[in-house]
Design a protein around this ligand. Structure first.
Ligand SMILES: *[C@@H]1O[C@H](CO)[C@@H](O)[C@H](O)[C@H]1NC(C)=O
Length: 312
């Protein structure tokens, strides 16, 4: 129990990035461009999937969900970083900090399950092609999509419940650019062991279960693909999975690195750098990975955007 005479801090200071005025201006520009690009790309994917009957297939519906998720995922952190870079106002209220943490975790956890759902979709498409449309019917797709979002928000509720019940009596300086789990727990003046254990167990659950589903799906996919006699057939079957596999690898490398990091190593500059990768870079490159590799998507893009058609 925390001592009674310690009072809870009312707000936190997010330190953000070190460096002089030029670096701050440069960072603001980089973040602004990255943000605008990410939102534009992902909105484009959602709109294309929704407006083209040709893309009303489970794979693209889930891709639409992923893009929709990533629009909010960057919006939870980046605009706040931009505002504080420009206005030099670094404080965030306790409630604001917890809200940011909650939405950030909820979206990150939903992404884990959504990636597993997308792997399962590819597994059915390749290992059970004749029954694909019967198995992945509208009802199952809706359940899988809703389930991904629900599981993410539930896990985040559990984590934030424990973290918000800690006492924070100061200092209130968070050496990070958004409210994340471990920088916050380091500031707690009450016993963090229960919160840390819960955080670890929930992280394990939400990272490992989807990872097992993804790996099992790919074991089946790869053995099915290797059984296809013609090289062209193998290539065609596997090409729909390559983008998903790339996205999974980027996402899981960053997440596992964050969670598998020993608590004692407090190299916060590398922690910040990896955080930049998974908060900003991943949502920016995912649509590119998906769309540039996908013939069907490129075709719809050409058809939909008039100036593209005029050029080609
Ligand atoms: C998410 O997936 C479900 C199920 O396929 C679909 O009905 C819904 O429209 C998708 N949402 C977005 C934003 O694409």
């Amino acid at each position: 129990m925390p001592p009674d005479n310690l009072t809870q801090v009312a707000d936190f200071i997010l330190v953000g990035f070190p460096g002089g005025e030029e670096i701050q201006v440069l960072l603001s520009l980089v973040f602004l461009v990255a943000y605008v690009l990410t939102v534009t790309e992902n909105v484009m994917i959602v709109v294309l999937v929704w407006t083209n009957l040709q893309l009303h297939k489970p794979m693209y519906m889930f891709l639409g969900n992923l893009s929709f998720l990533e629009i909010w995922y960057v919006t939870v952190t980046v605009p706040n970083v931009l505002v504080s870079l420009v206005t030099k106002k670094q404080s965030i209220s306790f409630t604001g900090c917890m809200a940011q943490l909650f939405f950030f975790l909820a979206l990150a956890c939903s992404e884990c399950t959504l990636l597993a759902v997308m792997a399962y979709d590819r597994y059915v498409a390749i290992c059970n092609p004749l029954q694909y449309l019967i198995i992945m019917d509208h009802s199952l797709c809706t359940h899988l999509a809703v389930g991904s979002w629900l599981s993410g928000f539930l896990i985040a509720t559990g984590k934030v419940y424990f973290i918000s019940r800690q006492t924070y009596c100061g200092p209130n300086i968070i050496n990070h650019f958004f409210c994340d789990v471990s920088p916050l727990l380091q500031l707690s003046c009450s016993d963090v062991s229960a919160a840390e254990l819960m955080d670890f167990l929930l992280a394990l659950l939400i990272l490992l279960v989807p990872l097992i589903v993804i790996m099992a799906s790919y074991v089946c996919i790869i053995s099915a693909v290797l059984g296809i006699p013609s090289a062209q057939g193998r290539h065609k079957a596997f090409s729909t999975c390559v983008s998903h596999l790339l996205v999974v690898m980027v996402f899981y490398t960053a997440s596992l690195f964050i969670y598998a990091r020993p608590q004692s190593i407090d190299s916060f500059s590398s922690y910040k750098l990896i955080s930049v990768v998974y908060t900003i870079l991943t949502p920016l490159i995912n649509p590119i990975i998906y769309c540039l590799r996908n013939q069907e998507f490129i075709f719809v893009l050409r058809k939909t955007i008039p100036w593209r058609a005029m050029l080609s």
